[in-house]
Design a protein. Structure first.
Length: 94
């Protein structure tokens, strides 16, 4: 018997890539409220009606608060263009 993962609101970054899309696929089969993040919400057109889309740009700290509102857990995939991982992602994680 498969153990049910107890989760509430989960934000997934990098859903357009291999890892993020696999995590999304897995979590959609669990009892979780899945939110996905995109850098530019106005350009995002491939919206699955079961998903909640949030704007999050790691290089724009002004997007952090709204993106993380009522989120319990975050799965982070580092965007390829970010080479200063500590400098860019640390403010988000903290």
């Amino acid at each position: 018997m498969r153990e049910v993962v107890q989760m509430n609101n989960i934000l997934i970054t990098g859903v357009s890539g291999n890892v993020g899309s696999a995590v999304l696929k897995y979590l959609k089969g669990e009892e979780a409220c899945v939110h996905i993040s995109v850098r530019n919400i106005s350009k995002y057109q491939d919206v699955d009606s079961d998903l909640k889309v949030r704007e999050l740009d790691f290089e724009k700290t002004s997007t952090y608060v709204k993106a993380l509102e009522n989120i319990d857990k975050v799965f982070i995939v580092r965007p390829q263009q970010i080479t200063d991982v500590e400098g860019v992602l640390e403010p988000f994680v903290n």
